[in-house]
Write a protein that binds this ligand. Structure first.
Ligand SMILES: NC(=O)c1ccc[n+]([C@@H]2O[C@H](COP(=O)([O-])OP(=O)(O)OC[C@H]3O[C@@H](n4cnc5c(N)ncnc54)[C@H](O)[C@@H]3O)[C@@H](O)[C@H]2O)c1
Length: 298
């Protein structure tokens, strides 16, 4: 049995990682201040220990890192539009907060930190499919603050020999996805709108394409990243499926009743992951197909 720490472990992806670690018989500590307003509920596992602390409060959190083997760092302002509305909060949580986690891990002698970053690092300028060697093209405070966290991970590996692994997730969906508010991720939002008998709200023109990735595939990559020995740390890995769907195609799988809403700024036109690096280095393979999962929900 090992001891793990999951930040953001009461949220969507983090709570699935907590469950997976607990099911494997490990001890799990969670730091989550429950500040996300995208959730109707937070998620708790009876066998994990929860601390409702802010990751930026270094003095308060540092004592929780003793004897921890790996930290899974997911706590964040996790959505683009709220970060555009409040850049200070996004940068504080995502950049300062990540430094606080890395520093606490370093001071406590934690072996490895697995960091959840985002495909929005690729922006608009890069050619599809996105490969890890492409330059950053940050279009909004969310991607700037998350990519700053990536750079901090690399720096902590290079300078302080803390093992870090950086994942860029491509639109994660699945059980427990956030459904509250107009900025909830699109799959959760559409399923909620269907349930409530409402029209699906499409951001124009609906032809923007996303590589939708099931949460169980993201969890399996995180678990692999905590164990696989690597030649280099601080490296970035894409986690997607290598296929994408337009928002209109997604809506078609759910309901014919759709309505166009106001356009949004600061978002990519298309995301599509090249996942060769994660396949080769981690031995990871995504398993869930979007169409199958949507069909299971209808
Ligand atoms: N869901 C996706 O499609 C996606 C895509 C790319 C990257 N990511 C990244 O994955 C991670 C998890 O995303 P998610 O979708 O599960 O989001 P989420 O909002 O469900 O989870 C984040 C959790 O962090 C907590 N949190 C926020 N600020 C905090 C703070 N200052 N201190 C302590 N806890 C705090 C929230 O209460 C929430 O429970 C985030 O880092 C996000 O940037 C997610």
């Amino acid at each position: 049995m090992k001891k793990y720490l999951v930040t953001g472990g009461a949220g969507f992806i983090g709570s699935h990682i907590v469950d997976s670690l607990v099911n494997a018989g490990h001890g799990v500590t969670v730091i989550d201040d429950e500040s996300s307003d995208a959730h109707k509920y937070f998620h708790y596992n009876d066998k994990a220990k929860y601390y409702k602390y802010d990751i930026c409060d270094y003095d308060r959190i540092k004592g929780l890192f003793d004897n921890v083997d790996t930290v899974f760092h997911l706590a964040a302002e996790s959505r683009i539009q709220p970060a555009i509305n409040n850049p200070l909060k996004a940068v504080k949580t995502n950049t300062y907060g990540t430094c606080s986690i890395l520093q606490a891990a370093r001071e406590a002698g934690v072996r490895r930190v697995v960091y959840s970053s985002t495909s929005s690092a690729y922006g608009l300028e890069n050619k599809i499919p996105n490969v890890e060697i492409q330059p950053d093209d940050c279009l909004n405070p969310y991607s700037v603050s998350k990519v700053s966290g990536e750079k901090l991970c690399k720096m902590y590996s290079d300078l302080f020999e803390l093992e870090t692994v950086v994942f860029r997730y491509f639109n994660v969906y699945g059980e427990r996805q956030p459904t509250r508010g107009q900025y909830a991720p699109v799959i959760g939002l559409f399923l909620e709108q269907l349930k409530n008998g409402q029209s699906l709200t499409i951001v124009p023109d609906g032809e923007q394409r996303r590589d939708f990735t099931h949460v169980s595939d993201v969890v399996s990559a995180n678990i692999l990243a905590s164990t696989v020995k690597m030649e280099k740390y601080g490296e970035v890995f894409n986690l997607g499926t290598g296929t994408n769907h337009s928002v209109n195609e997604l809506a078609d799988l759910i309901s014919k009743d759709t309505v166009m809403i106001d356009p949004r700024v600061g978002e990519s036109r298309e995301t599509l992951a090249n996942i060769e690096k994660a396949k080769t280095v981690l031995g990871w393979e995504p398993k869930v197909k979007l169409e199958d999962w949507i069909a299971s929900q209808l």
